[in-house]
Design a binder for this molecule. Structure first.
Ligand SMILES: CC(C)(COP(=O)(O)OP(=O)(O)OC[C@H]1O[C@@H](n2cnc3c(N)ncnc32)[C@H](O)[C@@H]1OP(=O)(O)O)[C@@H](O)C(=O)NCCC(=O)NCCS
Length: 185
């Protein structure tokens, strides 16, 4: 298997063209999609848009993209983690989407911390950012626990806004000196 990253309890690998069903299953839970699109992503859209876009990022950025995550103990798929390129070459954006059965176990924090360590330690990044809806408190808690700090609230205009859009989006971030100081603490 093409292992991208391992933590104590998790293993991450790159997605392949064979993963349409895995992604369709994840995006079929409305509670998982609540702060994303508010609806399930149709299989056709996964096959023709979502997965091709994921594969295109690997082609351009060997060490970045969206990665399927598994429990090492039993090989169960739990969702994905993302470490995406941004318009700044030394800055990446992290994210996560887990099956509901994998919530409440500390997996999102464990995976995000490992991605941040890889971004600074291996990939030479200077800054890691993460964005979510202000009302997505679970996601904000993952950011805080992972060592990201609140930066700003901002507002975007959507054609079909989700409930809570009026409270805006939030950005969290950590830069290299802060990450290095945290490692020595
Ligand atoms: C955002 C999301 C990944 C957060 O998941 P989560 O389970 O709340 O976060 P973690 O995996 O870090 O788990 C933390 C919880 O596990 C608990 N936990 C249990 N065992 C643990 C362990 N061994 N280590 C650490 N925490 C543990 C923590 O106490 C915490 O519980 P709490 O929520 O009651 O405070 C999840 O809600 C999700 O996938 N949502 C849908 C997609 C989404 O909105 N993504 C973000 C868009 S930007």
């Amino acid at each position: 298997m093409d292992v991208y990253l391992e933590t104590e309890r998790l293993m991450m690998r790159r997605f392949t063209v064979d993963d349409v069903d895995l992604l369709t299953g994840l995006d079929s839970d409305l509670e998982v999609m609540r702060f994303l699109t508010g609806k399930a992503t149709p299989r056709d859209e996964i096959a023709n848009v979502v997965l091709p876009e994921i594969l295109a990022v690997y082609a351009e950025h060997r060490e970045l993209g969206t990665f399927a995550a598994y429990q090492k103990s039993d090989g169960v798929f739990i969702g994905w983690f993302g470490m995406q390129p941004t318009k700044e070459p030394a800055m990446v954006g992290v994210g996560y989407r887990l099956n509901r059965t994998a919530w409440g176990k500390g997996y999102a924090t464990e995976g995000t911390k490992a991605l941040i360590d890889k971004a600074f330690g291996e990939l030479g990044m200077d800054r890691v950012v993460a964005d979510t809806m202000a009302v997505n408190h679970r996601s904000r808690a993952v950011m805080r626990r992972s060592g990201l700090r609140f930066v700003r609230v901002y507002h975007e205009v959507f054609d079909d806004p989700l409930p809570g859009t009026e409270f805006g989006e939030v950005q969290y971030a950590v830069d290299r000196p802060t990450w290095e100081a945290g490692r020595c603490a």
